[in-house]
Design a protein around this ligand. Structure first.
Ligand SMILES: CC(C)(COP(=O)(O)OP(=O)(O)OC[C@H]1O[C@@H](n2cnc3c(N)ncnc32)[C@H](O)[C@@H]1OP(=O)(O)O)[C@@H](O)C(=O)NCCC(=O)NCCS
Length: 103
C-alpha cells in the first residue's frame, strides 16, 4: 500500500508452509519489487521481526534496516507472537531504495 509520495509498503507476504523453501517467496518478492519500481516509486518498505530467516530473505533482495519500532508486536497484536520460542517484541523497518546505487 502507498505510505507516502513515491513510497510503498509491502504489508504481508506468505507462502503455504508445505510449499516453502522452493523459491516461491523469493519470486513473489521480486515481482513486488519490480512492480513497485515500475510504478515510479523511489522506495519500498517492509516491517519484520528483529530475528529469524525473514531478515536474510529481505536483505538478500536488497532491503536494508532503516528503523526500529520498539514494542510494535506487543502493542499492535492481541496475542503474543513466538518464533522458535522467542517472543517477538520489536519491529525492524527495512527499506529498499530504488534510486541509490548503495541501497
Ligand atoms: C517468508 C516466506 C514468504 C518465504 O517464502 P519461501 O517460498 O519459503 O521463500 P524461498 O523458498 O524463496 O526461501 C527464502 C529463504 O527463506 C528460508 N526459509 C523459508 N521458509 C523457512 C522456514 N519456515 N524456516 C526457515 N527458513 C525458511 C529458505 O530456506 C530460504 O533461504 P535459503 O535460500 O538460504 O535456504 C515464507 O517462508 C513464509 O510464508 N513465511 C511465513 C510468513 C512470514 O514470515 N512472512 C513474512 C513476514 S515479515
Amino acid at each position: 500500500m502507498p505510505i507516502a509520495e513515491r513510497a510503498w509498503e509491502l504489508m504481508a507476504i506468505a507462502v503455504a508452509p508445505t510449499q516453502q523453501c522452493q523459491g516461491l517467496g523469493t519470486a513473489l518478492l521480486q515481482w513486488v519489487i519490480d512492480a513497485v519500481r515500475d510504478s515510479g516509486a523511489s522506495r519500498l518498505e517492509v516491517g519484520t521481526g528483529t530475528f529469524g530467516y525473514q531478515l536474510a530473505f529481505y536483505q538478500r533482495a536488497g532491503f536494508r534496516v532503516s528503523a526500529i519500532e520498539r514494542d510494535f508486536f506487543l502493542t499492535h497484536y492481541p496475542e503474543p507472537i513466538f518464533e522458535r520460542g522467542i517472543q517477538l517484541c520489536d519491529m525492524l523497518r527495512l527499506t529498499l531504495h530504488y534510486d541509490r546505487s548503495n541501497p
